[in-house]
Design a protein. Structure first.
Length: 300
């Protein structure tokens, strides 16, 4: 019994350390995306990031094949599509918004997860969850200042989708974890994160209402090196995050992960983002509180 308790404590320590490393790596990823998007179309950045991860994990799976049940291919495809499209939205947010705001939108996923669980699978949610939803949406309203150029209709819509898409992906991951190796689940994200940008290139650029889809730009040497750094950093961030959720208590890990918003806000200011005004700070705080409350709330 003592050995089991010590083993559990060690696993929890590894999980906490893993999510903190993931948070730092995700912040660095945002900084690289921000730098690259000044000259490179953001959809090209997203494609390169996913292609690198696809190759990296593909080689890893060849070296050490997965041991898994399988049998949930449609759910795996769904996870890849919604996760890949949410990542494209996520990268777009980082290119047009302050980093802190972009991450705040992405981290609304636990709040949308609670809301979508109620809508899609008709789960009865607790009072705590309703409070979490209220806090989260109040925070969204506060950070979405219509007087700021970053928050046009399309930018706000895509910002919200980054949280909604991630929530839908997380709904599927809970089921997929019973049947697939964690690397295969991540691989589905990388695969469709590479395919979706290519499909988007088939539609004439002039028909898009936003600057997410633009003609290909050949990167220079410095940008190519940043692409490589982006691939390494983001792949390891995903690996560490998955490891944290597999070893630790998901609500606790989810709560700790919100530190990324504050890391990203500080990093964004270093890169030249405006210092958040009072209402933005309050809005981020409400999203953090709502998200933490959501991940700790139990469905009745």
């Amino acid at each position: 019994m003592i050995l089991k308790t010590k083993s559990k404590i060690n696993m929890e320590k590894i999980a906490v350390r893993s999510i903190l490393i993931a948070s730092i790596l995700f912040t660095i990823m945002g900084m690289i995306v921000k730098e690259l998007s000044y000259n490179i179309p953001v959809i090209e950045v997203a494609f390169a990031r996913n292609l690198f991860g696809l190759i990296w994990l593909g080689v890893a799976l060849l070296i050490k094949p997965p041991k898994q049940k399988g049998g949930k291919l449609l759910v795996l495809i769904f996870r890849g599509i919604v996760g890949g499209s949410a990542m494209m939205a996520y990268f777009y947010n980082m290119s047009v918004m302050p980093l802190g705001s972009a991450y705040a939108f992405s981290y609304t996923s636990p709040i949308f997860l609670a809301f979508l669980s109620m809508i899609l699978i008709h789960q009865k949610v607790s009072l705590k969850t309703w409070v979490a939803i209220f806090l989260g949406f109040s925070g969204i309203l506060l950070i979405s200042n219509p007087q700021e150029i970053e928050f046009t209709f399309w930018n706000l819509t895509i910002g919200l989708y980054s949280g909604i898409g991630a929530a839908l992906a997380y709904l599927s991951v809970a089921e997929l974890a019973k049947y697939y190796d964690g690397r295969v689940i991540i691989l589905s994200l990388m695969l469709f994160g590479s395919i979706l940008p290519l499909i988007a290139q088939l539609i004439p650029y002039s028909t898009y209402p936003i600057a997410l889809f633009e003609p290909f730009v050949m990167p220079n040497l410095n940008e190519f090196l940043l692409f490589l750094a982006l691939g390494v950093v983001s792949t390891y961030a995903q690996i560490y995050m998955t490891k944290a959720y597999m070893l630790g208590d998901p609500p606790i890990i989810g709560a700790i992960s919100y530190i990324t918003i504050f890391f990203a806000t500080f990093a964004g200011v270093i890169l030249g983002d405006k210092i958040p005004h009072f209402f933005e700070i309050i809005g981020m705080g409400l999203i953090v509180c709502g998200g933490i409350l959501a991940v700790f709330s139990k469905v009745k």
